[in-house]
Design a protein around this ligand. Structure first.
Ligand code: SIN
Ligand code: FE
Length: 291
């Protein structure tokens, strides 16, 4: 398998990558992971107290800072929560700055999703197979149809004792689609309308969203695929950052603790390459318009 992880030197969030930038962008849009081993999200001395799983409300999976700066999922007094929100907001600023510098064309068009802080250990999280991110998958969300809008994510490992966050990264999206499309159930518009009426989905699930969910589920449910698919195991070091389009890059998180992450949504039409995104690939393979 072609190399799926591109390592980029530099410790500056606003670094000018010069002539290499075009290559990085085409790798990113081809579904590869851009890995910045020397780029660290640094905590102030006083913020190290947030590096404990106890800061998370056990009823929530993650701590998240919404676009309106409200904090969800934390368990602490108001002053502590405000300081935690400020730390997460600082990461949001650095992560969006990184994307704006690397991909200026995206800057005007990205829509911020909540910023998420995950202080819990990945291993030992009991989950249904469908929710289990330790299985290789591409991101697709059952309740939020996106019609081909991209899911771009910036991850930072902020483990204080050097524990890596270990991922598996799988084969290119086109190969995945070729493998799983023949097994997908046909799209049904009336079923999509029913799901919307029942508020299972927030808007009408398009054929694109239907296929992406089927591919997500198909990958996770297939134990042989999980074991035998082309893949690399990648330990993302403590004090590093990595970026990928997680609706395209096959990924699984195997171990680690203390990660902070920013999701950005980008209209597929604003990409540099109009042939490489999942909507284009699925439309090419099915011969139909899907959104
Ligand atoms: C995921 O998107 O599957 C989770 C990634 C992580 O927690 O590192
Ligand atoms: Fe995922």
């Amino acid at each position: 398998m072609e190399q799926q992880i591109i390592t980029i030197p530099g410790s500056d969030w606003q670094q000018d990558h010069g002539a290499a930038k075009a290559d990085y962008l085409s790798a990113l849009e081809a579904g590869k992971v851009l890995y910045f081993p020397q780029l660290a999200f640094t905590l102030a001395e006083d913020e190290r107290r947030f590096l404990t799983p106890d800061i998370r409300d056990p009823k929530s999976r993650n701590i998240s800072l919404n676009a309106d700066r409200s904090l969800k999922g934390a368990q602490a007094d108001a002053v502590t929560q405000a300081a935690l929100a400020a730390m997460i907001a600082r990461f949001r600023g650095q992560a969006t700055g990184l994307i704006n510098t690397l991909a200026p064309r995206y800057a005007k068009h990205v829509r911020l999703a909540p910023t998420s802080f995950r202080p819990s250990q990945v291993e030992g999280r009991a989950q249904s197979w469908r929710a289990d991110d330790r299985r290789l998958h591409v991101d697709a969300f059952p309740s939020r149809p996106n019609y081909g809008e991209r899911i771009l994510r910036v991850f930072a490992n902020i483990h204080p004792q050097g524990q890596p966050r270990v991922w598996r990264v799988g084969e290119p999206f086109e190969a995945i689609a070729e493998r799983f499309l023949p097994r997908t159930k046909a799209y049904s518009r009336w079923q999509a309308q029913l799901l919307r009426t029942l508020h299972v989905t927030k808007s009408l699930r398009s054929e694109y969203d239907h296929l992406m969910l089927q591919i997500h589920d198909g990958m996770k449910a297939d134990a042989d695929y999980q074991r035998d698919a082309p893949q690399v195991t990648m330990p993302f070091a403590a004090g590093s950052v990595w970026i990928c389009f997680s609706d395209q890059t096959a990924h699984a998180v195997m171990s680690g603790q203390f990660m902070i992450e920013q999701t950005l949504h980008l209209p597929a039409a604003q990409q540099y390459d109009q042939q490489s995104h999942p909507l284009a690939i699925l439309q090419r393979l099915t011969g139909r318009s899907l959104s």
